[in-house]
Design a protein around this ligand. Structure first.
Ligand code: AMP
Length: 545
């Protein structure tokens, strides 16, 4: 027997319709590529998203065809989130930090029909346009008078001229909630990038879950700054959750340095910000150097890479900003777990609470997770036993676009997504990532967590960034070494760093050596590229070998 409730599909357009109707004057503030601060509202956003949808109709784009963006976080990008997906097309957000050849590869793989880009990215488009035969229309996200006369790109139009003449009374179509809404490619550090194709249903469910009190706790009283890029996993779903809650949105545009981010937080009364540790490092360095404080920021979600304990302590103890450590992947939309304490844990001593915050947290309802051993058998939730982390749920990938399904089946035939992360889960359900499976260091049959080794080094006042990798050892199989990039003007010796480990970890987990580097290589999403670091250290030998 079926239930007798209205069968209304979960569509992205419904989030915008809600925001327009109930939070029409809700603010959306953007620092633009043009350099100024732009202000708009959900009402205006909705009108312009409808104009964009009309422009796509006029262009003759069918349902399901792909429209690409190469853009910073800003209101025009937000319009694309709703105008493209809302009208049944698929938004392909492209990471501009990929190599142009990779960008052309993903454009061709996705068969993008329209590509809209910020002015900053004109050189990328100039480099790729002749290699992208599927693209019928190139659109620069700017006013008509900013369009370069001699770009070399055929029929280049400005976004404002393109959508400006279109109707605002477009009616959002209704369709199956399982229809594709957006696609994001993995960064492709090993092999070609893989396309993760989100649906309306997965995006809307994720938006609801993300806003929950034990997740990001978003409300119409918040002013939210997504520093996480809209070109990577839909900025952790914040654009959708923002429309769902009607919170004020503050977009940083291209200015991600500490000073610019701080100024925006203060000027716009930001209460909640989201970003990866590398961006927050820049922000902390800036506010410390200026002796500044945050007057409105109360909490920040940090994820995408392990948040160093020193960063958690700095935000919490120096600045009174609550840190929510989060874990996720492109394949998980991305939110999988978030570290919010349970009631009993609020009574724990401070040190124990800080230790808890280093964990990546508890599964969000909708995400089921487990750890398994090499034989696929589930391992206990004791906070000690390591295993491969598997997840499943309605916003977790089933199959890559034009690719295979990576799912592994359990005994009852349920498919689980193997994350490639190694983790423990404690009795309270708090998951702790110890490594990517390919970064695990095995020394004398015991595992050493490269993240633990890095976290300790990151607590040293002279260290800007630390990366731990295993090096071959004839007796122990592998021993860890730590590559260190020092803060500008700071100094520390190999001995200083090694001495810093004393008493903070077991002796056999202390790295065998310290290698100083100018910078730790970062990938397109700001994460450490250990493959590149290993290449850089080719020929390196452990001391005494
Ligand atoms: P991506 O799909 O590029 O966003 O990368 C996902 C990967 O980033 C995960 O599989 C983890 O290895 C890593 N990651 C994400 N969040 C965290 C976190 N809080 N701590 C440690 N690693 C993380």
């Amino acid at each position: 027997m079926l239930g007798l409730m209205q069968n209304q599909p979960l569509l992205i357009s419904s989030l915008l319709t809600f925001a327009e109707r109930h939070h029409g004057d809700g603010e959306i503030v953007s620092r633009r590529v043009e350099g100024d601060i732009h202000r708009t509202t959900y009402r205006q956003l909705a009108g312009r998203a409808r104009q964009l949808a009309s422009a796509l109709d006029a262009q003759g784009l069918a349902m399901g065809e792909r429209v690409a963006s190469i853009a910073w976080n800003g209101y025009r990008h937000m319009e694309m989130y709703f105008g493209v997906s809302g009208s049944g097309r698929v938004l392909h957000t492209i990471n501009p930090r990929l190599h142009p050849e990779q960008i052309a590869w993903v454009v061709n793989h996705a068969e993008d029909r329209v590509l809209c880009f910020d002015m900053t990215f004109l050189p990328i488009v100039q480099a790729i346009h002749s290699h992208c035969p599927t693209v019928q229309k190139w659109v620069m996200l700017c006013d008509a008078d900013k369009l370069p006369a001699d770009s070399g790109i055929p029929n280049l139009v400005s976004y404002e001229a393109w959508i400006g003449a279109m109707r605002t009374d477009y009616a959002w179509p209704q369709f199956d909630e399982n229809t594709a809404s957006s696609i994001c490619y993995t960064s492709g550090t090993t092999g070609n990038p893989k396309g993760v194709l989100y649906s309306h249903r997965s995006s809307v469910l994720h938006a609801y879950a993300a806003a929950l009190p034990d997740v990001m706790c978003l409300s119409s009283r918040d002013a939210v700054l997504p520093v996480v890029p809209m070109f990577h996993v839909n900025a952790w779903g914040i654009p959708y959750s923002a429309a769902l809650t009607g919170c004020k949105l503050v977009f940083p545009g291209p200015a991600l340095d500490g000073k610019s981010v701080y100024e925006l937080i203060e000027a716009e009364g930001v209460t909640f910000a989201a970003g990866v540790p590398t961006v927050w490092q820049m922000l902390l360095t800036h506010v410390r150097s200026q002796g500044q404080k945050f007057s409105s920021l109360t909490r920040t979600v940090i994820g995408g890479a392990a948040c160093p304990p020193a960063m958690i302590a700095a935000f919490e103890d120096e600045f009174g900003v609550h840190v929510l450590h989060a874990w996720g992947m492109t394949e998980t939309s991305p939110l999988g777990t978030l570290c919010t304490p349970k009631k009993k844990q609020l009574a724990w001593p401070l040190e124990q609470q800080r230790a808890l915050q280093q964990k990546q947290g508890r599964a969000i309802c909708g995400v089921d997770m487990k750890i398994v051993g090499g034989d696929g058998q589930e391992l206990p939730w004791d906070g000690k036993t390591y295993g491969d982390l598997l997840v499943r749920g309605p916003w977790i990938l089933e199959r890559y676009f034009k690719g295979d399904s990576p799912l592994v089946e359990d005994a009852s035939g349920l498919g689980w997504f193997p994350t490639g992360d190694v983790a423990t889960i404690d009795a309270d359900g708090f998951m702790h990532i110890t490594d990517r499976s390919k970064d695990v260091i095995k020394s004398g049959g015991e595992w050493i967590s490269s993240i633990d080794v890095e976290n300790i080094a990151m607590g040293h006042p002279a260290v800007a960034m630390a990366a731990c990798i295993g090096m071959p050892h004839p007796k122990w199989d592998e021993r860890p070494i730590v590559a260190i990039a020092l803060k500008p003007g700071a100094s520390a010796t190999r001995e200083d760093i090694l001495a810093f480990y004393e008493g903070k970890t077991a002796k056999w987990q202390i790295p065998d050596d310290v290698v100083f580097v100018d910078a730790i290589p970062l990938g397109a999403t700001g994460k450490m590229l250990k493959t590149r670091l290993r290449e850089q250290l080719a020929g390196y030998k452990l001391p005494g070998l």
